[in-house]
Design a protein around this ligand. Structure first.
Ligand code: ADP
Ligand code: MG
Length: 272
């Protein structure tokens, strides 16, 4: 699978702020205190993302608006994954790479928005790059989300997540946490994640993870997820790095696929 290099923000359509400004903030309530709320109400309790489309495009997140042709490549990857998810009954998918800067976070967000185009598919994305969390910055989150507190059950869904429409929730993290691998081994998977999936009826949970060769966090989460997508950056990732990661993931029978990101030249494009 390949993804073509994305163009800079200037190539994208300007934002339509009116279309993306959220409505009034909704009341925050702990999900533990409202076990009988209907699914829809549980979703609407979660604050909406307030990010404008031009800001997303500036970070190469183009799958939310489909205002740039590259969304076709993201959608093709999404659909390939969707087929595997359905065939194998996967519920959790991690996204990692051999080294940092390969485009994991960018791809995780684009995939999440691409999955969300399917209205009857509910998807979650958690920022589990606990050493260098980035999703909050990309989405310009005002709330200071604390992933450790969330994973330890000290935050309600509405306090730990933000939502896009009624079928995508994203768990962000304001800053690095102490002992991230140990936190992951303790809490992922764990009762909080299980409850979140159940309360929100999630079909798929994506994890944005740190690079495999820089720390042990991605390996720590491996037993607790169904499959892992490996992102390589053209001209940056070496074959031996890719090989090392591929062997570990294949040995665990968790390799969902390899994405070659940041390709400058493709022989053909999608479309007709
Ligand atoms: N397909 C792409 N083409 C060009 N630049 C990209 C692409 N995907 C990501 N980037 C850029 O690469 C940098 C690192 O991306 P990021 O998603 O934060 O990587 P990671 O999460 O692997 O560290 C960012 O500046 C991002 O905008
Ligand atoms: Mg990242």
């Amino acid at each position: 699978m390949t993804l073509q290099s994305m163009s800079p923000a200037s190539a994208f359509e300007p934002a339509d702020p009116a279309g993306h400004l959220p409505e009034e903030p909704v009341a925050i309530a702990s999900f533990q205190t409202h076990p009988t709320l209907q699914l829809r109400e549980r979703w609407t309790e979660i604050p909406e993302i307030k990010t404008s489309t031009w800001r997303l495009a500036g970070h190469r997140i183009i799958a939310a608006t489909r205002s740039h042709d590259t969304h076709l490549e993201i959608d093709v990857l999404r659909t390939k994954l969707m087929n595997k998810i359905r065939q194998n009954g996967w519920k959790t998918l991690g996204i990692t790479s051999p080294r940092g800067g390969s485009g994991k976070t960018t791809l995780a967000l684009n995939l999440a928005f691409s999955f969300a185009w399917q209205a009857d598919f509910r998807v979650g994305l958690l920022d589990l790059d606990l050493r260098r969390p980035k999703i909050a910055r990309v989405l310009n989150c005002e709330q200071s989300h604390d992933m450790e507190a969330f994973l330890r059950g000290q935050r309600s869904l509405a306090q730990g997540l933000i939502r896009y429409r009624n079928n995508l929730v994203i768990g962000t993290n304001a800053g690095p946490v102490q002992e991230p691998a140990e936190l992951i081994m303790e809490c992922v998977p764990g009762p909080v994640i299980e409850r979140m999936r159940e309360m929100l009826g999630l079909d798929l949970l994506l994890y944005d993870l740190p690079p495999m060769l820089a720390c042990d966090d991605a390996l720590a989460v491996l037993p607790g997820l169904d499959a892992m997508l490996l992102v390589a950056a053209a001209g940056e990732t070496t074959m031996s790095e890719l090989d090392m990661c591929e062997r570990d993931l294949s040995a665990a029978d968790k390799l969902a696929g390899i994405v070659l990101n940041k390709c400058r030249y493709l022989t053909e494009r999608f479309g007709y």
